[in-house]
Write a protein that binds this ligand. Structure first.
Ligand code: UD1
Ligand code: CA
Length: 454
């Protein structure tokens, strides 16, 4: 976006976040399984930011760790006193002094801004604006800064607490983020004072200041859903709802069928192929990919799992991190798979736990099979060869190998390796006693009758 123009993004993250009532810094709370901070960093990178400075407060170490993890190379600046948004932006003074073409100032607690919106702000700068504010039509404008326009030209942004009664009638509100001409930004920010109702250095004053210098200012309007900020858990849930709404639309636009989209929950990194069918009430934790043509039946929970082409999952399946299903594999109801590869065409259809294991292609794992992978101290692996048949209700005590094409009799507790194509029977031999039940019944009835007599 905006080829040929360099871009610095300043991400204000020094939040008190007291209304979250949390031990965690506000911007590290998550939407779609990714921190608020992470969402904004990703969007800025997609909008072509060449450098990003995250301005953090006392919660700096945790914020820095997350920022580095999401976008390696990001700089962290410290704002020791919370003196307002312009003061916060000036914590990135050293970067501002480098003279980027475009400067974007945005907030880490506003995670749903699209890269396209940052791109549109940059395009306004390219057209000659020195300061571009982002506005939205607020359902409830109370508390927001107002965009004061005359004949469609942005004249100033006035904070609610400083606004006149007439200005408070304005419903076009300031979303907070702003783009500035990088060759004017430092000088504008440094000229901002704090003579206002809150004695704060307002970033928004850059607009009136630019006009007093005969520079061009303009405003763009975004949907309110995109600029919603997060101050408490209720707003966090509202942002989550908007994130999920978008992700469901994306997944369907890419060719997957969702029977009841509003009941399916995705993570920021969920990848769904074409002609995938997702039934109602499915939850995707982070790190899941589903290849073309797979079916995820109702009430399944997947996390850190890779589902192969045409595979069938659920209903009521739980796939945990490291689960990997080959093409056309089947994992059925009440089955849990963890750190295990299930080969192409293999079937694990009912009531089974497969953990720390490899299951070969076309193997059949009977109902109620358990890989006993843990002795309370260490985890051990189970290897099941291609085409093996594990009878129902078997316990495979790891470490163990079941050879290709081998057969495990149902109800076995298997503690020793099974050779390819062999039969393993690990259970007590059956004893049948002719007529025993009849004799037992008659004797018992007689005892009961005798006990009832007075
Ligand atoms: C700001 C805007 C207001 C806009 C509103 C939208 C200003 C002066 N006002 O007001 O016009 O309608 O956002 O939500 O910009 N921050 C710091 N350090 C500070 C102060 C703020 O890092 O010293 C960060 C906060 O973490 C937050 C963002 O800047 O992410 C906005 O600060 P906040 O105090 O919420 O601004 P508002 O008063 O809501
Ligand atoms: Ca705010």
């Amino acid at each position: 976006m905006q080829p040929g123009r360099s871009c610095l993004a300043i991400l204000l993250a020094a939040g008190e976040g007291t209304r979250m009532k949390s031990a965690r810094p506000k911007v590290l709370h998550e939407v779609g399984g990714r921190s608020l901070l992470g969402h904004v960093l990703t969007s800025l990178a997609q909008a072509g930011a060449d450098a990003v400075v995250v301005v953090a407060g006392p919660e700096r170490p945790e914020v820095a760790r997350e920022a580095q993890a999401v976008l390696p190379g990001v700089e962290i600046a410290l704002q020791t006193e919370r003196l307002g948004t312009a003061h916060a932006a000036l914590a990135a003074r050293a970067a501002l002094a480098k003279g980027y073409d475009d400067v974007i100032v945005t907030f880490a607690d506003t995670p749903l801004l699209r890269p396209e919106t940052f791109g549109a702000l940059r395009a306004e700068l390219a057209k000659g604006s020195a300061v571009v504010a982002l506005g939205f039509e607020a359902r409830d404008p109370n508390g927001y800064g107002r965009l004061v326009t005359r004949d469609g030209v942005l004249e100033a942004v006035v904070e609610h607490k400083d606004a006149t009664p007439e200005q408070r009638e304005i419903t076009l509100c300031n979303a907070g983020m702003m783009a500035l001409d990088g060759h004017q930004a430092l000088s504008l920010l440094e000229a901002i004072g704090n003579d206002n109702a809150q004695s704060e250095f307002y970033l928004t004053d850059a607009v009136a200041l630019a006009r007093s210098r005969n520079l061009t200012t303009s405003a763009l309007v975004a949907p309110e859903s995109e600029v919603q900020g997060i101050n408490d858990r209720i707003q966090l849930a509202s942002a989550e709802a908007e994130f999920q709404r978008r992700k469901r639309l994306d997944v369907m636009a890419e060719g997957a069928t969702l029977i009841a989209p509003e009941t399916v929950f995705f993570s920021h990194d969920t990848r769904i192929g074409r002609d995938v069918l997702i039934e109602p009430h499915v939850v995707f934790g982070s790190g899941v990919s589903v290849a073309d043509g797979a079916v995820i039946h109702a009430f399944s929970h997947l996390e850190g799992a890779a589902i192969g082409q045409g595979a069938l999952v659920g209903p009521y399946a739980r796939l945990r991190p490291g689960a990997s299903l080959g093409a056309k594999a089947k994992v059925g109801n009440f089955v849990e798979i963890k750190a295990a590869e299930i080969g192409a065409g293999a079937k694990v259809n009912h009531l089974t736990y497969v953990g720390d294991a490899t299951v070969g292609a076309d193997a059949n794992i009977g109902a109620g099979t358990i890989t006993c992978n843990y002795d309370g101290f260490f985890k051990y692996r189970t290897n099941i060869g291609a085409g093996a048949f594990v009878g129902s209700n078997s316990s495979l005590v790891a470490p163990i190998t079941i050879g290709a094409g081998a057969f495990v009799a149902s109800g076995s507790v298997v503690t020793e390796d099974v050779a390819p194509d062999a039969l393993a029977v690990g259970r007590g031999r059956q004893v049948a006693k002719e007529g025993w039940a009849k004799g037992f019944r008659e004797a018992s009835l007689a005892r009961k009758a005798a006990a009832k007599k007075p």
